[in-house]
Design a protein around this ligand. Structure first.
Ligand code: PLP
Length: 414
């Protein structure tokens, strides 16, 4: 019998990592299969924690279901694209037009086609560290180079524009901005956003603004849409229904293109080609967009004092900050905390192994910092989605685990 070679993955996957769903999630699945109940603080999936879609969205989809069976226009249905354009008009983008909007199966797919249409092998994309790792993964998949700029934990997790600029080379194509940020919860102030826009202006970079958490903002933090800060920088803004409208499973998002489009004709043809290739986004979910963007915004109930997201964030922050050797910044937006474990007290050699140990001992699932392309082993991310009681129980479990770690380290050091 002839010996064939095994089927192997393409070499271009070599540098693609998506550890948020990697070995830790596999271990969690194994434990669940063995009958353990896992508290999942690892991904921003809102529905399982009782954050359900506004009824109006479901009704709209149900009503449109019979007529949503065929493919739609590959860029999306007209009414939904118009609603997105009008949304950005209300933000001050008075020229926003239906032609500037492409709908997709979530922001994830739109990130993918944006970068596929943009990157040649060796091209560089500036991406925050820590990041939402899809940006780095897809850049690598396209054989580009993710170049990480560092967000400064000592300065509210804001990036330093000078540091960003020092990483620009003649291969740099785009600057990715994630605001409000996952995983840090930072919301960037106007000066920093303006400086980032200016870097794009001076170095001829595209600005790719991932603003999927734009309506999940707390206290006095101010959300400024980056597209509103210039009319001369080619900007793509991403958002969608997964977070604010709590329907991540429906896979519905959009991108809005602004700035000097006449200079991007060829690129835009590439984007159109990419959206044609995937036929169209999920059609029933496109019908939810117009309803979502107009009228009453139910997310507001969650983000103010008394609201679930607000109260859960307050409790999570306080409990974590009370643990010896844990430093944590309170989030200004989104629903994540990214605490640091003091290396003098918790000298962690491998953050992934650390998180797996926490999972095995306490059945609590968080994500390790390096999964977000962060530079040390001293961080982890948790989502603050469970109700207060469950969150308290989980963070108390983390506190016990850390107390054991401290004791073990202190004993070993003696
Ligand atoms: N961008 C950021 C910053 C995210 O945190 C996420 C999901 O967690 C996404 C994009 C993906 O969004 P979607 O569900 O629309 O694909």
């Amino acid at each position: 019998m002839e010996q064939f070679e095994d089927f192997v993955q393409a070499q271009k996957l070599r540098n693609v990592r998506y550890d948020v769903r990697g070995p830790i999630a596999e271990e969690a699945a194994r434990l669940e299969y063995a009958g353990h109940r896992i508290t999942k603080l690892n991904i921003g999936n809102m529905a399982p924690f009782g954050f359900e879609a506004p009824d109006s969205i479901l009704v709209d989809m149900i009503k449109n279901l019979p007529t949503a069976q065929g493919y739609s226009d590959s860029q999306g249905i007209y009414s939904a694209r118009t609603a997105v354009a009008q949304y950005y008009q209300t933000k001050g983008m008075k020229d926003a037009d239906v032609e500037d909007v492409i709908l997709g199966n979530g922001v994830s797919e739109l990130i993918t086609i944006t970068l596929q249409a943009l990157i040649n092998p060796g091209d560089e994309v500036l991406i925050p560290s820590p990041d939402y790792p899809l940006w780095s993964a897809i850049t690598a998949l396209c054989q580009g180079v993710p170049v990480h700029y560092i967000c400064d934990e000592q300065n509210n997790w804001w990036p330093d524009p000078e540091e960003i600029e020092s990483r620009v080379t003649d291969r740099t194509k785009a600057l990715v901005l994630i605001n409000p940020n996952n995983p840090t919860g930072a919301v960037y102030p106007r000066e920093i956003l303006e400086a980032m826009v200016d870097i794009c202006r001076r170095h001829n970079l595209m600005l790719l603004a991932d603003e999927i958490y734009e309506k999940i903002i707390y206290d006095d933090a101010e959300m400024i849409n980056a597209c509103t800060l210039s009319d001369d920088v080619f900007t793509i803004t991403y958002s969608g229904l997964s977070k604010t409208w709590r329907v991540a499973g429906f896979r519905s998002g959009w991108m809005y293109i602004s700035g000097p489009k006449h200079r991007a004709k060829n690129y835009l043809e590439g984007l159109t080609l990419m959206s044609n290739l995937r036929m169209c986004p999920n059609v029933p979910a496109q019908h939810a967009i117009q309803t979502a963007l107009g009228g009453y915004q139910s997310i507001d109930e969650f983000i103010h004092p008394g609201g679930r997201l607000y109260e859960q964030r307050t409790v999570a922050y306080k409990l974590l900050a009370d643990i010896e050797g844990v430093e944590v910044h309170q989030m200004d937006g989104a629903m994540y905390l990214f605490p640091r474990l003091d290396p003098e007290i918790y000298p962690i050699e491998n953050d992934e192994a650390f998180v797996i140990e926490l999972l095995r001992q306490k059945q609590i699932l968080v994500s390790h910092g390096r999964a977000f392309n962060w530079i040390d082993d001293q961080h982890f991310r948790l989502v603050t989605l469970p109700a207060v009681d469950e969150l308290e129980e989980a963070i108390n479990g983390i506190a016990e685990f850390l107390a054991d770690y401290r004791d073990a380290f202190a004993t070993a050091g003696r």
